[in-house]
Design a protein around this ligand. Structure first.
Ligand code: PMP
Length: 284
């Protein structure tokens, strides 16, 4: 079936969808994005993703392409036109099209908005969680404002490529010995008391929406949450390691740089949290 994309006011076959060569997203990575999941026709954590999109726009003094209510209509329409029940929806906003010049384009330049959707396989995600995934470490060479969800993802892509070449699913990013997060997910460990530990929400990590919901789930389950930096060594010695993102939910990690984590099987805390996350997200 032809995939339909929303591009600047029009729904078009994705194969025919194009952006201008002087779009600032293309030339300067001057754009922000969100990835959301739809399960059984319902967006998970939609409000959180839209709030973060608004924050990214504000931090970069970028105009919103339309108001939030209109955006929700388009998001629904993209899923409907692609006839998807379970979907991964990608939304990107850039500062628009202008002759190439570093400073912002003139006031009134229209931001570009692109929304695409593709099928999301929930069963495949659950199958992966059953076995757990391996990760490797990579240096965190990103800029100082990774709390803004920009399309400037080259360091993330390089880290993920290194992981793929090592047969791993993700890369733990390490700065000054501390694990900040992963190339496209947040990183967590379970400590010896059973508490879950993740890097505090600073400008060194992206404040994951799944991270936020996982914290709420942990509190419901009376699992203690500690937001503090942890080292790569701590991760390798931890009883459990797991990662979170909109597309992986809560995903257990069974090895870091080839070092087995715990029993080498998905840990009980991560699995409880995954089930709680899925139940909460489905509830809305
Ligand atoms: N960190 C990075 C660098 C990411 O790209 C993502 C995925 N967008 C996350 C964390 C997780 O965020 P979320 O839970 O909102 O998907």
């Amino acid at each position: 079936m032809t995939r339909i994309a929303y591009v600047n006011g029009q729904y078009v076959p994705q194969s025919a969808a194009t952006v201008h060569i002087e779009d600032r997203g293309y030339q300067f990575a001057d754009g922000v994005y969100e990835v959301c999941i739809v399960v059984n026709g319902r967006y998970w954590d939609m409000e959180g993703h839209l709030a973060r999109l608004q924050r990214s726009l504000n931090e970069l003094q970028m105009a919103a392409p339309m108001d939030i209510e209109a955006l929700k209509v388009v998001m629904g329409e993209v899923v409907r036109r692609n006839r998807l029940k379970n979907a991964l929806v990608y939304m990107q906003v850039t500062r628009g099209v202008a002759p190439r010049n570093h400073p912002f384009p003139p006031e009134g330049t229209r931001p570009s908005l692109v929304i695409t959707a593709r099928r999301f396989d929930l069963d495949q995600s659950d199958a992966k969680a059953k076995t757990g995934v391996s990760v490797i470490s990579q240096p965190d060479i990103r800029w100082g404002r990774v709390d803004i969800k920009t399309v400037g993802l080259l360091p993330n892509a390089l880290a993920k490529q290194a992981a793929a070449e090592a047969g791993a699913a993700e890369a733990l990013l390490v700065r000054d010995g501390v694990v900040t997060e992963c190339s496209s997910s947040n990183a967590w460990i379970v400590d010896e008391t059973g508490a879950i530990v993740t890097h505090p929400k600073t400008n060194r990590i992206l404040g994951g929406i799944t991270r936020q919901t996982a914290i709420a789930c942990a509190e419901e389950l009376q699992i203690k949450v500690i937001e503090r930096p942890f080292t790569l060594e701590e991760a390798k010695a931890a009883p459990e390691v797991f990662i979170t993102s909109a597309t992986s939910f809560v995903m257990p990690v069974i090895s870091v740089d080839g070092v087995r984590i715990g029993s080498g099987k998905p840990g009980p805390v991560a699995m409880r949290l995954r089930e709680a996350y899925k139940a909460r997200a489905a509830r809305g």
